[in-house]
Design a protein around this ligand. Structure first.
Ligand SMILES: Nc1nc2c(ncn2[C@@H]2O[C@H](COP(=O)(O)OP(=O)(O)OP(=O)(O)O)[C@@H](O)[C@H]2O)c(=O)[nH]1
Length: 378
């Protein structure tokens, strides 16, 4: 039962839209795939040359050359799109569909020279495997499943078309490509399915590792690595759209006392209690993170004034929800925090500048007596 449940969970996760960090990692992967495609496409230009030097048929050489030029032209288009700062959600599906369909097209063209070549060419058929394997770099299970199913569907259709157009058994036997057999074709289909499953497993593991490295173990909140990976992109979007983005650094006041008076376990529970309150107050479109020890960050798509009001209302709400240490006759403890806010574009539009301005204001809030939010200097 457990293994059925975990298999179902793996499939659900693979078919779900990845979260923003994974999409960002996937966009980097898409660019890597686009660069590799350009190199592979350039190498493909060698194949017709080798064929010609090896005494291959002129028609085959020309077909190979036309295919390689076609693939090279598209490889450049995909590279330009992957390089853009703007992310296209459809790009990974479009490029995976291109890689698979270009393979089918080449096999179809080979069929015009010899029917056996279309179904028994090992080199061109292996491009299906490459197309599926390359989807692992996109960290998006949907692209892998899509590429695998498309390759199976297109190769099965090619088989059906070739077998339907055979008029004599000799057409399926070639001195260069060997004899086409139904069992050989079935084995190729099984191999495509196996490579799809293995690639999907690699994607799943990558997703889990990215998730673990970007999540705080105690609170399950995203951690500092989220800020480093995701924030630059959010700032770019805010700049492009002319919007505002504010970063609040939130540091609990005198937290050491809770540990000293109630013990470290109670301290852990106090941190979770604070996170529950902060989470309940965070609005859609806002991101709450734990940066480390008793420091948190709240990223808000708001200008400085609204952000100050938001964080100050959270501060007041936390004060109304004291933490119960559940120790002997200890009274519930009131937890407060100090916060510093920096906003884009007022304080700059790069992460390190926003972090340093927010940190300066946080220190000012601590100096001025704690339990306050500062969003402006002076
Ligand atoms: N229980 C628990 N304590 C933590 C955790 N992370 C950090 N701390 C404690 O948080 C306390 C932070 O102490 P300080 O940096 O001096 O800050 P503070 O006592 O909150 O004082 P101010 O920030 O100056 O108001 C230390 O006692 C740490 O041990 C955690 O995950 N669990």
């Amino acid at each position: 039962m457990d293994s059925i449940r975990s298999a179902r969970e793996i499939v659900t996760r693979l078919l779900a839209r990845p979260d923003e960090i994974l999409l960002e990692v996937g966009a980097g992967g898409e660019l890597l795939v686009a660069r590799m495609r350009v190199i592979i496409a350039a190498l493909l230009l060698l194949l017709p040359l080798v064929n010609a030097l090896g005494g291959g048929r002129v028609q085959e050489t020309l077909i190979g050359l036309a295919g390689a030029v076609f693939v090279n032209a598209f490889a450049q288009v995909w590279l330009q799109l992957a390089r853009r700062r703007r992310r296209y959600r459809w790009l990974s599906f479009a490029t995976a569909a291109f890689d698979v369909s270009a393979t089918t097209l080449l096999l179809g063209i080979l069929a015009t020279t010899h029917l056996a070549a279309a179904l028994n060419s090992m080199i061109v058929w292996c491009c299906y495997l490459l197309a599926i394997l390359l989807t692992a770099l996109r960290s998006d299970g949907r692209t892998t499943v899509f590429a695998g199913l498309l390759a199976l569907l297109q190769y099965a259709t090619l088989n059906a078309v070739v077998f339907a157009s055979v008029t004599s058994p000799e057409q399926l036997i070639s001195s260069d490509y060997g004899a086409v057999t139904a069992s050989g074709q079935a084995q190729r289909m099984v191999l495509l399915a196996i490579v799809t499953v293995i690639t999907a497993a690699v994607v799943y593991r990558t997703q889990r590792l990215v998730e673990l490295s970007g999540t705080d173990g105690l609170t399950r909140l995203p951690n500092r690595s989220w800020l480093m990976h995701r924030m630059p992109r959010l700032l770019e979007v805010a700049e492009e759209d002319g919007g505002s983005l504010s970063l609040a650094l939130i540091d609990l006041d005198h937290f050491r006392r809770i540990n000293d008076e109630a013990g470290h376990h109670a301290g852990d529970r106090a941190i979770r209690h604070v996170v529950d309150v902060l989470r309940s107050m965070a609005e859609p479109g806002e991101w709450l993170l734990r940066l480390g020890s008793e420091e948190f960050a709240l990223v808000m798509p708001q200008p400085v004034g609204t952000s100050w009001e938001r964080v100050d209302s959270i501060r007041r709400m936390l004060a109304q929800h004291p933490f119960d240490p559940e120790r002997g006759n200890m009274e519930p403890l009131r937890i407060t925090f100090s916060a510093g806010i920096a906003s884009c574009p007022n304080d700059g539009n790069d992460l390190s500048r926003l972090l340093s301005r927010a940190d300066q204001r946080l220190k000012m809030a601590k100096r001025e007596g704690r339990n306050r939010v500062i969003a402006r200097d002076g």
